[in-house]
Write a protein of this length. Structure first.
Length: 135
């Protein structure tokens, strides 16, 4: 879950917060959940969406100070991370869940609250955008 959140948010610090909150939410509802793993994944994805929204608001109100977080990654991984971060949110979620976390399309559809065909379409468009950008 931490890897998924870090890929979605682009920040390990934000990812740790989101995942911790998600595990707390699952723990509080454990007895009432039929599929805790799916609930956890959905909670992490939604938490990442909220963290990104919050970050955009902070960036709008920041008074010109840039905070830079350096990651010591190989160049090809930085290029891939940057390309994935430029996908729209739903495409990014589908690509990361499908190819980095190995979640079945049916569960991705549940997480996003959409149809299976939408997941496939988002994956196709996301792959096409990445292919175009990385070649």
């Amino acid at each position: 879950m931490l890897r998924l959140a870090a890929l979605l948010t682009g920040s390990v610090v934000d990812a740790e917060d989101v995942v911790q909150d998600a595990f707390v939410a699952v723990h509080e509802r454990w007895d009432r959940l039929e599929r805790p793993g799916a609930y956890l994944r959905t909670t992490v994805v939604n938490g990442c969406r909220m963290a990104l929204r919050h970050r955009k608001v902070e960036e709008r109100h920041r008074d010109g100070r840039d905070v830079e977080i350096s990651a010591e990654l190989p160049a090809h991984m930085v290029e891939l991370r940057d390309a994935v971060s430029r996908l729209n949110y739903r495409q990014r979620v589908v690509v990361l869940l499908r190819y980095f976390v190995d979640v079945p399309d049916e569960e991705i559809a549940e997480v996003l609250g959409c149809r299976l065909s939408t997941v496939r379409s988002l994956a196709h468009r996301g792959r096409a955008s990445l292919r175009k950008e990385l070649t």
